[in-house]
Design a protein around this ligand. Sequence first.
Ligand SMILES: C[S@@+](CC[C@H](N)C(=O)[O-])C[C@H]1O[C@@H](n2cnc3c(N)ncnc32)[C@H](O)[C@@H]1O
Length: 214
Amino acid sequence: MGIHEDHILPAIMDVALAGLKDERKQMIGQATGKVLEVGMGNGTNLPFYTEAAEKVVGLEPCDAVREKAKKKLQKISDKGELQIAMDRYEFVGGGGERMAFEDNSFDTAIACLVFCTIPDAIGAAKEVFRVLKPGGKLLFLEHVRYPEGRMQKVQEFINPAWKVFGCGCHLNRDTEQVFSDAGFEFASIERYRNPKMSPPFAAFMIKGTAIKPG
Ligand SMILES: C[S@@+](CC[C@H](N)C(=O)[O-])C[C@H]1O[C@@H](n2cnc3c(N)ncnc32)[C@H](O)[C@@H]1O
């Protein structure tokens, strides 16, 4: 990896995505049992896990970013801001497209601003489906393609350059369709332009809960 991907981009994202704190908190607060966070990044969601999360496995392919998450966990713990014991967290290297976890082994999966970036999004969604228990839930908060209009055209135009700047991030993914194609059923889904998300051409989002049918 390089300096941009390992250090500069995560720092930019911390600033650009700071407004999403309440939405992150609300989503992560619903995580129960054994939890898999796909593409955990530098650990922004770590402090939001509650007692209901018995185990949190953070999957992250970038070694340097995963190390940042580990350091962040220690820092938050030192400040007394973790809601659960540190030993409930585990950090695992690797991508979402091929996971070394057993079938039907997680109660909850988290997809937070990550399906925009995973190279093979449908492959990863199928893997998440595989490792979730029947009845297990996928909690998601993702920026996606605008459903129509000028902004969708702007996204298409900017996307090639954005992918380079954003280390593989796509502005124009239809992640709702990806989850659906992987076999998930939506228990809830909200589609909205989020004023707290910047830049505006990356501000159309989906959030909600998808279920692996039991
Ligand atoms: C925009 S960041 C989001 C990080 C974190 N989920 C958050 O909410 O702040 C996207 C993350 O996806 C990770 N990623 C890239 N390719 C991936 C893959 N194939 N599988 C899982 N995660 C991946 C990146 O390393 C990066 O940490």
